[in-house]
Write a protein that binds this ligand. Structure first.
Ligand SMILES: Nc1ncnc2c1ncn2[C@@H]1O[C@H](COP(=O)(O)OP(=O)(O)OP(=O)(O)O)[C@@H](O)[C@H]1O
Ligand code: NI
Length: 452
């Protein structure tokens, strides 16, 4: 059996609402190319908090901004990347509002012959980049989602709604499909950002306009995304401020952002995000600027709101203590890559990647002695596709091959359930030599080697 992960069998078999696959976001500056996010894959499910943790510069915010489509020139999401919004209600609504941008995959399936396309190099990626062992296994949905359907003439550039079960002509009765976020533009994009996926930033002032009252800003969001106006919107704005724990909400709705404390401002921003009634909430270090007591209150608030609304949440932080408190699953990022993923208990009890081990040792109170350990050195800026382990120069466990072989994400041991690490020391049940051989085998396929 191969150790290859197969992340997407088919959208129908998962209950995740967001599926990030092989996301690559690069900035093409005059000086250099920064591969800020370099082949990242993970899922977010409703009611689940996915933590993203890593030191400064590891690519956490760029991952979030890619999902929100907030990457501007000179940055770009590269071909081969896919971010699926796998939410049936949205697919039905989009198929009915944007029939011209909706594709029924069955109707083009006859023209799709993956083996030939991969063999001819028409698709300039390997089956491994899609998470499959052989070309024949790669589904049409994955190929069009990742942007290869355009050159093949299978879909148009602005097609972004893909129906996998049911008829695009009968949106009410669609039973499966997805909206491909990397292909969105115009109105469908506007409805997605803010409407279906909302984001809370570190500094609440980036989201609040100083010249309007807090209430008016929430009402504007309500008008845009829920069509509420007048007295109804005023009532709803006050009730949202109450929901996020702002005392005396009915009076404070008429105040300006500068009349709010830092913690209250962040609560107001969360209320604004909720005004759009999103399915997914992305939080990028929402509590970093706040003092510890307020931070704990905001984390509690987010946890409560998530449960009430069954939100899928992605939570970015560089603080392992915050991760322990809020996350269900954790992705550890380093230099643009996810180097380890596991549920939160497993990650803390049994971290496999030396980088994760280092991050855990730098939590105050977790190590013996009173000197806080930190990992020496800084995160490198990834300029080239990785051909070695980007953590090796700082890794206490590095050996010769770490400088020569790029570690693939593999299960940490034989019966690891959803626990993977990108480290040549894994899978742990293999000898180091066998583990290295497995990583090499995967890389040769990734580089267009054998297709098996
Ligand atoms: N607009 C840009 N132009 C060029 N490089 C950029 C741009 N935005 C981000 N980067 C680079 O992308 C990399 C990842 O940045 P990112 O902001 O995602 O890090 P982060 O993990 O969120 O760090 P922090 O904890 O400091 O917020 C960094 O090397 C950064 O310099
Ligand atoms: Ni950041």
């Amino acid at each position: 059996m191969s150790l290859q992960q197969t992340p997407t069998e088919s959208a129908a078999q998962t209950d995740s609402i967001v599926e990030v696959r092989n996301l690559q976001t690069a900035f093409f500056t005059e000086k250099e190319t920064v591969r800020a996010v370099d082949g990242v894959s993970f899922d977010i499910s409703p009611g689940e908090t996915v933590g993203i943790v890593g030191e400064s510069g590891s690519g956490k915010s760029v991952t979030a901004r890619s999902i929100m489509r907030l990457i501007d020139s000179p940055g770009r999401i590269l071909d081969g990347s896919s971010i699926r919004f796998n939410h049936l209600e949205t697919v039905r609504e989009y198929a009915s509002s944007f029939p011209g941008r909706t594709v029924e995959l069955d109707s083009i399936a006859a023209e799709y012959d993956p083996v030939t396309l991969f063999e001819r190099g028409t698709i300039d990626a390997t089956p491994a980049a899609f998470g499959y062992d052989s070309a024949a296994e790669v589904p049409l949905a994955d190929v069009v989602a990742a942007g290869y359907g355009d050159e093949l003439g299978l879909v148009d550039e602005d097609d972004c709604v893909f129906v996998t079960e049911g008829s695009a002509d009968d949106p009410e009765n669609i039973t499966d499909g997805f909206v491909e976020i990397t292909r969105l533009s115009g109105e469908p994009q506007r409805l997605m950002r803010g409407g279906r996926i909302a984001m809370v930033f570190q500094d609440p002032l980036t989201s609040l306009n100083p010249v309007y009252t807090v209430g008016n800003q929430i009402k504007e969001a309500l008008r845009l995304h829920q069509g509420l106006k007048g007295e109804e919107a005023t009532q709803e704005a006050a009730s949202l401020l109450e929901d996020v724990g702002i005392p005396d909400a009915r009076r404070r709705v008429n105040e300006y952002p500068h009349q709010f404390s830092g913690g209250m401002r962040q609560r107001a921003v969360i209320a604004m995000a909720l005004a759009c009634d999103p399915e997914v909430l992305i939080c990028d270090e929402p509590t970093t600027a706040l003092d510890v007591t307020i931070q704990a209150q905001i984390l509690d608030l987010l946890a409560d709101l998530q449960e009430e609304r069954d939100l899928g949440m992605m939570f970015i932080t560089h603080d392992m203590g915050v991760i322990a408190e809020i996350a269900d699953r954790v992705n550890v990022m380093y230099a643009g890559e996810v180097v380890e993923t596991a549920d939160v208990e497993t990650l803390f009890a049994n971290p496999a990647h030396p980088y994760t081990q280092g991050l855990l040792q730098s939590i105050p109170g977790r190590q013996t002695g009173d000197r806080l350990q930190t990992i020496e050195g800084n995160v490198p800026t990834p300029n080239e596709p990785a051909t070695y382990c980007r953590f090796a120069p700082r890794c206490p466990k590095a050996f010769d091959e770490c400088e020569a072989v790029h570690p693939a994400s593999v299960p940490v041991d034989e019966d690891a359930d959803g626990h993977t690490a990108a480290c040549l020391l894994c899978p742990e049940h293999l000898s180091t030599a066998d583990a290295v051989a497995e990583h090499r085998r995967r890389n040769s396929r990734q580089n267009g080697g054998e297709n098996e």
